[in-house]
Ligand binder design. Sequence first.
Ligand code: 15L
Length: 266
Amino acid sequence: MPKTILVTGAAGGVAGYLRREFGQVYALVLSDLRIIDDLGSNERFQAADLGDIDALRALMPGIDAVVHLGGQSVEGPWDAVLDRNIVGAYNLFEAARLEGVNRVVFASSCHAVGFYRLDETISADAYFKPDSRYGVSKVFGEALGALYADKYGFDVLSIRIGNVAERPVDRRRLTSWLSPRDLAQLVRIGIETPRIGHQVVFGMSRNTGSCWDNAAAYRLGYAPQDDSMDHADSIDRSPPDPGDPAQVYQGGPFVLAETGGDPWKR
Ligand code: 15L
């Protein structure tokens, strides 16, 4: 019998890649506020609001592991970050605990450490330097992962996702690009690896020259297949402007996004 995996935020872009890459490997319960109607034979949809713990509990029967992609995925107004990523993440972990599901793959983000500079190399145990309220909420999610692992025996893989796309799109994301098939491999590690407790890895491909040292992922058996530098010819790699924080820091435009601001329209 294939495992049954609950995917939250299942109408989003990252989940779309994951569904494609997983194919028929797992039975998938897809949850989101937005209805998904292009279901495969191994998929079913069940709506739930991350603010509604009873609705989240109702998702859990029969689930072997949760892939928690749901919530606010960029900087936003504090109320949205609070409701979706602080209260919502707590509700998700608590619903899992109450229903006896004890494995979570948590979609953290590189923005938990976005105020490190692009010219310094960090590993996954570097202390937090969030670049936004959104980044702070991802730190909170990782902290929940640690708490539920240590207190309740959960296995949690927090993946600090860079940017999932078919190709890296700019100079900063040569460091942080995660190809869809490497994403799927990392998530599978989080689903399948016995007794991992809580671990944090970078969600990146095998990107030559990246400012992230992903030894923590390699120790879990991660063997990424893609390298952003194979696509570097199409990207402007002129030296960064040292006076522009968005070009200096790993978080890029998120370091400048003010509350409620869209980091891509600074
Ligand atoms: C993120 O955390 C976002 O979820 C994603 O949409 C991208 O904006 C990514 O960061 C990035 O830094 O490019």
